[in-house]
Ligand binder design. Structure first.
Ligand code: ZN
Length: 231
């Protein structure tokens, strides 16, 4: 080991216990004699702790960092320049902690793009929410309703979407409440959220008639209706 430059190249491997005994002795001899390199070594001291964080933190610690640093084999002799570069990057730029934090975050569930309150129609106390989430299968429309009153024989609740570019409302189908007047409902709509302008539920007096002619039970307008459209 000839001087500081040579010693510095080996410091990262030294703190990770990746040097041969002879190299280790040389690094120790140099840092005993050289204040600058001793100081550099002190700066690198947190690295094993960072790696321990990577290895111990639940649930699935990312092995990449240590693998990259140790090139896949514990106790294997390292390429010191590569180690030093990684150590410098980790300590100076904080990349190591960033990698750990990013890798440990659980994958986020897709959040609804829009969640709207469903407000009662005239003569009803029905409320709830409508959420719209862009998914691989299409635009997922989820309704959650409370206070749906019992309907007369033969009548049904039906969910609808309106779109400025289509003729008339689009039926999403029948909404079936529980005996206590609650209902959840999911439907996949084609296209994107900004193609729709409203969502609502009606009480259709005749289940056998596909037409929309019952009163509105609960409804919400979609924001951005007609946004970016010329017509
Ligand atoms: Zn030195």
């Amino acid at each position: 080991m000839r001087g500081c430059q040579d010693a510095r190249v080996h410091l990262g491997a030294y703190v990770l216990d990746g040097l041969s005994p002879a190299e280790r002795a040389q690094v120790e001899a140099h840092t005993r004699a050289c204040h600058a390199c001793r100081s550099e070594l002190a700066d690198l001291a947190p690295l094993p702790g960072l790696l321990a964080l990577v290895e111990e933190a639940p649930p699935a610690p990312p092995p990449e960092l240590r693998t990259r640093v140790l090139a896949g084999a514990p106790r294997r002799r390292l390429a010191p320049r590569r180690v030093l570069a990684l150590v410098a990057a980790a300590l100076v730029a904080g990349i190591a902690l960033g990698m750990v934090a990013t890798a440990l975050l659980p994958p986020r569930a897709p959040e609804p793009a829009v969640v709207l309150d469903l407000l009662p129609g005239e003569g009803f106390q029905t409320t709830g929410s409508a959420s719209f989430t862009t998914t691989r299968e299409g635009l997922r429309v989820e309704l959650a309703l409370t206070d749906l009153p019992p309907l007369p024989e033969g009548a049904i609740y039906e969910a609808w979407l309106s779109a400025p570019d289509t003729d008339g409302p689009i039926s999403m189908g029948r909404v079936e409440p529980t005996p206590d007047g609650r209902a959840t409902f999911t439907w996949f709509a084609p296209g994107a959220l900004d193609e729709y302008s409203g969502v609502w539920v009606t009480a259709e007096p005749d289940a056998t008639d596909p037409a929309h002619d019952g009163p509105t039970v609960a409804a919400a307008q979609l924001p951005g209706h007609g946004k970016g459209r010329d017509d």
